[in-house]
Design a protein around this ligand. Sequence first.
Ligand SMILES: NC(=O)c1ccc[n+]([C@@H]2O[C@H](COP(=O)([O-])OP(=O)(O)OC[C@H]3O[C@@H](n4cnc5c(N)ncnc54)[C@H](O)[C@@H]3O)[C@@H](O)[C@H]2O)c1
Length: 248
Amino acid sequence: MRRFENQVAVVTGSGRGLGKAFVERFAKEGAKVVVTDINEEACIVVRDEIIAAGGEAIAIACDVTNRAQVADMMKTIVETYGQIDVLVNNAGITRDASFLKMTDDQFDLVINTNMKSMFICTQEAVKYMFERKYGRVINISSLTGVAGNFGQTNYGAAKAGVIGMTKTWSKEFGKKGVTCNAIAPGFMMTEMTLSMKQEIIDNLIAQIPVGRGGDPKELAGAVAFLASGEAGFINGATLNVNGGTYCS
Ligand SMILES: NC(=O)c1ccc[n+]([C@@H]2O[C@H](COP(=O)([O-])OP(=O)(O)OC[C@H]3O[C@@H](n4cnc5c(N)ncnc54)[C@H](O)[C@@H]3O)[C@@H](O)[C@H]2O)c1
């Protein structure tokens, strides 16, 4: 399927992990993709891999918490490709600590990187979508945002906030042809999660009804569906992709 022919898809934090799987999927389905990450080298490697596989891509280094960098990036994308059709707000970090040990810095950094960044990126991108009366915004939340998790006060607050913003934006953007949905992934096998202690990984997998962690490619399938024309009447939803760990 080439559902994104003549479309431009931007995925933040796509230098590795889930974001990388998303840009690869969009490129495979015909999109011109923007690989963007705070890690410039990583963006360039992913861009080159996509081009080598026959896709179209540009790489732009950008810190999603920096308004000026984000505004410049969106402007460059529109100057290069003429439009933005899909924005996947994916960049994120963890700074875990149990409640009494969590510092203000840990709290603020995770809120800024995982939640305020989506406010910044979406504001800077949707103005271009509104002009063309078409767009898809997909916000990557987390199982922690819907179910909570030990040691993740900051991350849980940010990821639940993302769902609140998604619902609000579905109401504000709908009449302008732009839908907004969230995805709440469960345990996915990426660099972020595989850097955890094996004991913790085993423990997490033991709680997943399908008996394994998710493959980033499976999540990419869900992102591509929500970003496609077929999902036009889905707006303000949060899709759980978690192997049945939590059902809401
Ligand atoms: N992996 C999982 O199991 C899982 C589960 C639920 C939700 N998520 C969410 O999915 C998203 C991707 O997670 P992942 O596992 O691929 O993580 P990852 O650490 O492998 O990748 C995250 C990417 O974001 C980039 N990034 C970090 N801060 C940035 C900033 N300020 N500006 C721009 N880029 C920045 C990193 O450089 C990295 O390339 C995150 O929002 C995460 O919270 C992941």
